[in-house]
Design a protein around this ligand. Structure first.
Ligand code: NAD
Length: 478
């Protein structure tokens, strides 16, 4: 597909074209324009104009109705979205049709619903009492939008993660300038056309394409007219954006990388733990920020667990490719590093041969490793591929120590039948999300985000609306 910018209510494709690559077979499958500094500047100015015009004047009810029209618009073009997401990412149609596109629709509907649970622009607190010892006062707090917000999203769940930020940003009354990943710009372009058809005032939602460092991404995050940045991507990119944003003290919301642990206790339903870990390690070929890359298994069931997980990895079929040749090479470099560090390769570790067009694509084998120390780079660094390392533990304390021994802290899974243990262990895992006997079971109202190098702030439900709006206190002397 031919991706286009959407600025001030109009589509355009100025800027140098770059090629899009189908990761399934490495063929060229489209183009996107590289936004110049001028295009980014126009998008930010269009956002400001929208806030000063019709979009800024829209009531919460009108914004909620707009979000519902966007959700309906995606639904009406469901297959088109599935096709575009599949072509860009190489993920299966089933995954796109059951996760990515329905969640995008859900994101808009969830925030339209939430707006009705929240008084217009505000919740108020009345404090007709002590006020700094200088008399009686009534304090109330209104929430107003931040202004023009930059939204920068990654390639792994392009539409889902973009809409996860766009929906609450618009719900809270902001204007948006979005920049999707240069690898996967197609569904964002479709979203712009749905927004257009939904009749949002020009400039309320703007889309620019292009690369990150030294390009569209950096032009946007360093723009003095941007009032906040919501970013999902690698931790190192987050650090770079933070440096750029420092010049204007721009508020940030960060969803970053992970090296997610799973803890499997000997009392767990072993079949469920194996199936759950296969899902959490290999779904979308490990290219979900929530995927498990470190597994800690209580020693009595360690051998049985490793054998069963290895078998699942070896017999997995229908899995998709890495997003790009560069990412495939990065993952394979970790497969080599693991061997150099002394790992036992229980399953996978190489490049599959299919005997069809996929052989020119970017696939790697689902891989299970054992035998590495906690200090190994393979156990510490995010690989973002279909790979996990499994290590044994002997006590609850040791499991927690191993799980928490990471610079990251996004998500964890705990497998146990012991209810007390689940409640004891879960709050002590240093991650923002802990799943017990499940993985990636999501309620969009719950806080989502990471600790340590995995992020700053929380998204989801009220948490997103709070980030995308500013509480302003009004104090009236009475
Ligand atoms: P990435 O950081 O390379 O790129 C993400 C986005 O940032 C892209 O749009 C890119 O163009 C842009 N970008 C890159 N450098 C920039 C710069 N200097 N200034 C401004 N923008 C810049 O990430 P990726 O490879 O697309 O995605 C994979 C990463 O995302 C993994 O680390 C994964 O764990 C993480 N991730 C986290 C979550 C979460 O919710 N915590 C969700 C999905 C992915």
């Amino acid at each position: 597909m031919k991706a286009e910018h959407y600025v001030g209510g109009a589509f355009r494709s100025d800027g140098e074209e770059f090629a899009l690559v189908d990761p399934v077979d490495g063929s060229e499958c489209g183009t996107a324009p590289e936004a110049t500094r001028e295009v980014v500047d126009e998008a930010v100015r269009a956002g400001r104009a929208a806030l000063e015009g019709a979009w800024g004047a829209a009531t919460a009810e009108e914004r909620a109705a707009a979000l519902r029209r966007i959700a309906d618009g995606i639904e009406a073009r469901f297959e088109e979205f599935v096709d575009a997401e599949t072509a860009d990412t190489g993920k299966s149609r089933e995954l796109a049709a059951t996760v990515d596109v329905p969640r995008a629709i859900g994101n808009f509907r969830a925030y339209a619903d939430l707006l009705y649970g929240r008084p217009e622009r505000a919740y108020t607190t009345a404090v007709p009492g002590w006020s700094g010892g200088t008399g009686q006062a009534l304090n109330y707090t209104v929430r107003r939008p931040l202004g023009v917000v930059a939204i920068i999203s990654p390639w792994n769940l392009p539409l889902l993660l973009l809409t996860w930020k766009v929906a609450p940003a618009l719900a809270a009354g902001n204007a948006v300038v979005a920049k999707p990943s240069e690898e996967t710009p197609s569904t964002a372009t479709l979203l712009a056309s749905v927004v257009h058809e939904a009749g949002l005032p020009a400039g309320a939602f703007n889309l620019v394409h292009g690369h990150g460092a030294g390009a569209a991404g950096e032009f946007l995050t360093g723009h003095p007219g941007v009032d906040a940045i919501a970013f999902t991507g690698e931790s190192a990119t987050g650090a770079a954006i933070m440096r750029t944003a420092a010049d204007h003290v721009t508020p940030l919301s960060f969803e970053l990388g992970g090296k997610n642990p799973a803890i499997v206790f000997a009392d767990a339903d072993l079949d469920a733990a194996v199936a759950g870990t296969a899902r959490s390690s290999f779904t979308h070929s490990g290219q979900i920020c929530l995927c498990t890359e470190r597994v800690y298994v209580e020693r009595p069931v360690f051998d049985a667990f490793v054998a069963a997980l290895g078998e699942r990895a070896r017999t997995l079929t229908g899995y998709g490719p890495m997003i790009s040749a560069a990412h495939r090479d990065k993952v394979l470099s970790y497969y080599r590093l693991a061997r150099d560090e002394g790992a036992t390769v229980v399953a996978g570790g190489g490049v599959p041969v299919f005997g069809d067009r996929r052989d020119t694509g970017f696939h790697v084998e689902p891989t299970v490793l054992t035998g590495l120390p906690a200090t190994a780079r393979t156990v510490r660094e995010e690989i973002f591929g279909p790979v996990c390392h499994v290590a044994p533990f002997d006590s609850e304390e040791e499991a927690l120590r191993l799980a928490n021994d990471s610079p990251y802290g996004l998500a964890a899974t705990v497998w146990t039948r012991d209810l007390s243990r689940a409640h004891r262990v879960a709050p002590r895992v240093e991650t923002g999300i802990v799943w017990v006997n499940c993985w990636n079971l999501r309620d969009l109202r719950t806080p989502f985000g990471g600790v340590k190098a995995s992020g700053i702030g929380r998204e989801g439900g009220e948490y997103s609306l709070d980030f995308f709006s500013e509480p302003v206190n009004v104090c009236i002397r009475i």
